[in-house]
Design a protein around this ligand. Structure first.
Ligand code: PLP
Length: 411
């Protein structure tokens, strides 16, 4: 018996969400449509197995097959990221937040000083936010962007590093629309003898697809989620130099986790095979082309963008010159079938619950095959709805019809 007969309540909720996803413009930069193959692996019998430990060194019996699954995911991750032979891969982190905690647990002591990007300037909660475990446990000091340019100021970061002498420097962001210069971070870290961690959760797909530089030639440790631009399952991966491998493995299991989720690990293997294809490289290229086109169109409609544009998959809009907050605009656009999120902008004078910014990105709409021309259309809807909220439901219907022409993967 299927879910439809046995549990129509859950079945119907899934169908409703499938319909919503098909009919809206999904612009939240951390979301994407996975292929049906990724979803098939996630929903497979690999969900059953307990496999505490690592391939060849497990605590329970019956691991012959899942050892092959995990080794394949590791091998394909190595290939996708073109890892040097003296690098190690761990594919067990349940998601992005645990993966970062695991790196800190492996390489730091409580109270150690860490330099990372401020949440209010685009960092992540696990980069030492006061409300997060990481901020309570380690001495995080934060760098940000320059108010005038909206960009990282590497001279300032160097000065700060020189003053606080961090044991680790973290880079990576959730709302930074510009290229991160990993080489400059490495030069700063070398001067103060700090470990380098690049959290590439948002841009991993762009890196694998060859349209954003990789931190791997310069960094000690790289973490990434697999569900954002990489388009895979909700999971995390840790890549590190071999000298950190033992500490990282121990921190993941038994340090912070129990049995790995082999269904998610199989889905990582599928994702990494997809990510190695020419089609994916084209996809990554198109994400950035679309994002630049969307940015230009929004500027054309009089919107201010933090840093004045984008190099990657996301845009941070600054609504301070409109008479609407980010919270109001996000709610209103949702009513028009345009789904994005409110976001703090650097030096925001409003609160995180109702900030001045909107964050939007092109990873998901590019997965539907939309191109630059469609980005112009999306920008014109955003501008029209913000100028006249009364047209939201009319736009929602137009968006629904428009989306029909671009079927999303995995639905
Ligand atoms: C999304 C993200 C995470 C956390 O991932 P979750 O799976 O939501 O826990 C960590 N770091 C960065 C930079 C992210 O963008």
């Amino acid at each position: 018996m299927g879910l439809k007969q046995k549990d129509p309540q859950v079945y119907n909720l899934i169908q409703k969400e499938r319909k919503r996803l098909a009919e809206v413009l999904e612009l939240i930069p951390s979301e994407n449509y996975s292929s049906s193959e990724v979803l098939e692996a996630l929903g497979s019998v690999l969900n059953v197995k307990y496999a505490e430990g690592y391939p060849g060194k497990r605590y329970y019996e019956g691991n012959a097959v899942v050892d092959e699954v995990e080794n394949l995911a590791i091998e394909r991750t190595r290939e996708a990221f073109e890892l040097p032979i003296d690098w190690h891969v761990n594919v067990q982190p349940y998601s992005g937040s645990p993966m970062n905690l695991e790196v800190y647990f492996a390489l730091l002591e409580p109270g150690d000083t860490v330099l990372a990007m401020d949440l209010a300037h685009g960092g992540h909660l696990t980069h030492g936010s006061k409300v997060n475990f990481t901020g309570r446990t380690y001495n995080f000091i934060h760098y940000g962007v320059k108010e005038l340019t909206g960009r990282l100021d590497y001279m300032e970061i160097l000065k700060l590093a020189d003053r606080v002498k961090p044991k680790m420097i973290v880079c990576g962001a959730t709302a930074y629309p510009r290229e991160i210069e990993f080489k400059k971070f490495k030069e700063i870290a070398e001067k103060v003898n700090a470990i380098t961690l690049a959290d590439i959760s948002h841009i991993a797909g762009l890196i694998v697809g060859g349209v954003h530089p990789s931190p791997i030639p310069f960094f000690d440790v790289v973490t990434s989620t697999t569900h954002k631009t990489l388009r895979g399952p909700r999971a995390g991966i840790i890549l590190c130099k071999d000298k950190f491998a033992t500490a990282i493995n121990k921190a993941v299991f038994p340090g912070m986790q129990g049995g790995p989720h082999l269904n998610a690990i199989a889905a990582i293997a599928v994702t990494m095979k997809e990510a190695k294809t020419k089609a994916f490289a084209k996809y990554a290229e198109q994400i950035v082309k679309n994002c630049k086109a969307l940015a230009e169109a929004l500027i054309g409609f009089g919107f201010k963008l933090v840093s004045g544009g984008t190099d990657n998959h996301l845009i941070l809009m600054d609504l301070t010159n409109k008479n609407m907050s980010g919270g109001e605009a996000a709610k209103l656009l949702d009513k028009a079938g345009i789904v994005l999120n409110k976001n703090m902008i650097p030096f925001d004078r409003r609160t995180p619950m109702d900030p001045s910014g909107l964050r939007l990105g092109t990873a998901a709409v590019t997965s539907r095959g939309m191109k630059q021309k469609e980005m112009g259309k999306i920008a014109s809807w955003i501008a029209a709805v913000i100028a006249d909220p009364s047209i939201a439901s009319k736009v929602k219907e137009e968006v629904r019809r428009f989306c029909k022409k671009f079927p999303a993967p995995g639905l």
